[in-house]
Design a protein around this ligand. Structure first.
Ligand code: C2E
Ligand code: CA
Ligand code: CA
Length: 620
């Protein structure tokens, strides 16, 4: 290597600092400092940055590293106010200056920290836009003369350091913006994910708790007090969180009124629930915005992850799930992710994984539940109910997989399979002369109803099996009706043109009002089994069933009672003029061949002991 000259030194330092960023700044600076003390034959050197916000100077790097640095390091952060006279004057200095051994108090600061003996120093300010932003310092045991040329070279090098400082600050600012939420200055989603990724790495201390926070009814606050007030409310709560949590806790805002907190301390579920409760109370306290004192309850979902075992996505999903359960419990509370929720998740994953192949490999089956005229026992309809013969979990009811199918784009496929299979069975029964005056009822999921080609598909299937539209009844739930009335109307009208019947399922549990019913071409309602089951035991339910039957009558709609489990429920329905019913008392859902036996008879004998007035004219 050619011998260094004073001129080549600047070039070398520039080369050394060229590709440096915030991650490599300290080590690169150390290398340069080592080069400089070697060249200038001094004993110690350091680089400091000013922190104008806190009016302090912060040690960035030093060379050689001091031995036995006390804790806290007196040289790490020096506040200008409390500093010795030399450090004080350095706050605004822009020209290099030499500090002889006689500047006793400064030499005292460095001396006691560095352990060097009788020393002299040279201090070269970093200058950016005419202002001092830091300091490059050299310490020599004994005296040293610095030539003007040498000092000029050091000024050039200090400028290089000032440029690096500006670059790193800009980089950090960008990083801050990228990782923080605008409104509150809290971490954002990206920062949260990065943080959790690190915390859940194998070998990190655990368990790692995560709290999913959500303010109850924040929307109402925005609506009534305006968005500025809503923003202020969120900012105030954020400050409150910052002030009352460990500074090392991760507090992130995911937008809206959603926050996630990851405590720095490892916590098991018991400790986590405790801490979550504390936070929940903190958030629920009142806040003054726009002259009004308001409070919003908060719900908190708690989940705990094990480093190396649980993924970030899993922990967040669990906390979110627990949050949902906290909210559905009325809000303003804390809920823990439970084993039951875990089982539900596992089932969901499993369903997601296996349902698609189930549709094609024959492990889906339909059971059929008869609907009878209570007065005669005659079978008037048959409802197709899907089941899944799961390879390891046994026979699954639709409740275990239909919603998953709907959430994962499989509802269409599942629905088509059900339609085709039910119609094929229906056609077969008819060929056997078993189902002449019977309607086939098929449940339709909301997702199917809004698919554009639904009407055509039904038409194809009916044509294929030679079934007329009017012997089919599609059952839809109230929710779909309420959610997308316009779209539903179009589809239902298309179905009506083919004569297909439509019934509203689970009637009484949703929000359909009279106006909805009037707006839709509906033929019948099925009273939700929840009301029917307790007929005879609950007068409330009796009143509801009565009013549903009255309502259906006034609209000219058919009415079916489902969930008939007791003779008293059946008798009550008949007494109220609702003759069509379905339920375990009459028959459970059965495989096609077993229900075929009922069909062969045409009726299911019931022993209801009905009063004579309740009997229809057709009773045998
Ligand atoms: P749903 O349409 O209300 O079907 C009636 C449900 O009540 C059936 O449950 C049936 O077994 C049950 N049930 C019948 N009688 C009684 C009774 O007397 N007491 C009691 N406690 N329950 C009775 P299942 O088969 O588990 O079906 C549950 C739900 O899954 C159905 O409710 C329906 O909404 C949905 N579902 C079933 N099959 C399909 C399908 O092919 N497609 C779609 N989209 N949903 C389906
Ligand atoms: Ca149904
Ligand atoms: Ca129902």
């Amino acid at each position: 290597m050619p011998r260094r000259t004073l001129d080549s030194l600047v070039t070398e330092v520039a080369a050394e600092l060229m590709g440096v960023d915030s991650a490599t700044m300290v080590s690169a600076t150390e290398q340069v400092l080592a080069m400089l003390i070697d060249y200038f034959d001094v004993d110690f050197s350091y680089l400091r940055h000013n922190d104008p916000k806190n009016r302090s100077t912060v040690l960035v790097a030093e060379w050689p590293p001091r031995q036995d640095v006390p804790e806290p390091d007196p040289l790490k952060i020096v506040y200008f106010d409390q500093a010795d006279s030399v450090f004080k004057s350095l706050e605004h200095a822009t020209e290099p200056f030499l500090i002889p051994a006689s500047a006793a108090d400064y030499q005292q600061t460095i001396h006691s920290a560095s352990g060097l003996g009788d020393i002299s120093s040279a201090a070269v300010p970093l200058v950016s836009r005419g202002r001092s932003t830091g300091l490059l310092g050299f310490v020599k045991v004994g005296d040293r003369d610095w030539s003007t040329r040498e000092l000029n070279v050091l000024k050039a090098i200090a400028t290089l350091f000032a440029q690096l400082q500006a670059r790193v600050e800009a980089e950090e600012k960008l990083r801050f913006i990228a990782l923080h939420d605008d409104l509150t200055g809290l971490a954002n989603r990206r920062a949260l994910l990065e943080h959790m990724e690190q915390r859940l790495q194998a070998g990190s201390p655990g368990p790692v708790a995560a709290f999913f926070l959500d303010l109850d009814r924040l929307k109402a606050l925005n609506d009534f007090l305006g968005h500025t007030a809503g923003d202020k409310f969120i900012r105030t709560l954020s400050e409150r969180l910052r002030d009352n949590l460990d500074p090392n806790d991760m507090i992130a805002r995911l937008g809206g009124d959603e926050f996630v907190i990851v405590p720095a301390k490892p916590m098991d579920t018991v400790a986590a629930e405790h801490e979550a409760t504390r936070i929940q109370e903190l958030i629920s306290r009142r806040v003054t915005v726009g002259g009004e004192s308001v409070s919003r309850g908060a719900s908190v979902g708690v989940a705990v992850g094990i480093p190396g075992e649980t993924t970030v996505a899993d922990v967040l999903r669990r906390a979110d799930h627990a949050l949902l359960s906290a909210k559905s419990g009325g809000g303003n509370g804390v809920a823990l992710f439970t084993d039951a929720m875990r089982a539900q998740f596992e089932l969901q994953d499993d369903v997601e994984l296996n349902l698609r192949s189930a549709v094609s490999d024959g492990s889906l089956i339909l059971h059929y539940q008869p609907e009878v005229d209570l007065r005669t026992g005659r079978i008037v309809a048959m409802e197709a109910l899907v089941r899944w013969m799961h390879p390891t979990r046994g026979l699954l009811p639709p409740g275990a997989f239909v919603t998953v199918a709907e959430a994962t784009n499989l509802a269409g496929e599942l629905g088509r399979w059900v339609l085709r299979t039910a119609c094929a069975q229906f056609a077969q029964w008819r060929r056997q002369g078993l189902a002449a005056n019977m309607v086939m009822r098929i449940n339709v999921s909301p997702v199917q109803l809004v698919s554009l080609d639904f009407v055509e598909r039904i038409e194809d299937i009916l044509r294929h099996f030679g079934i007329d539209g009017s012997s089919i009844c599609l059952e839809i739930t109230e929710h779909v009706v309420v959610q997308d009335l316009a779209r539903t109307q179009v589809t239902l009208r298309g179905l009506k043109r083919m004569g297909v019947q439509i019934a509203i399922d689970d009637f009484g549990t949703g929000y359909s009002s009279l106006s909805h019913l009037k707006a839709l071409p509906v033929d019948a309602v099925k009273i939700d089994r929840g009301f029917v089951q307790r007929l005879g035991a609950s007068t409330d339910d009796l009143a509801i069933v009565k009013s549903i039957i009255g309502l259906a009558g006034s609209f000219g709609l058919g009415v079916v009672g489902e969930g008939v489990e007791t003779p008293v429920a059946a008798r009550t329905l008949v007494g109220l003029g609702c003759y069509r019913a379905q339920g375990f008392l009459i028959a459970r859902p059965l495989p096609a061949d077993e229900v075929g036996e009922h069909l062969a008879l045409g009726r299911i004998p019931l022993n209801l002991d009905l009063p004579r007035t309740g009997r229809g004219p057709a009773a045998p």
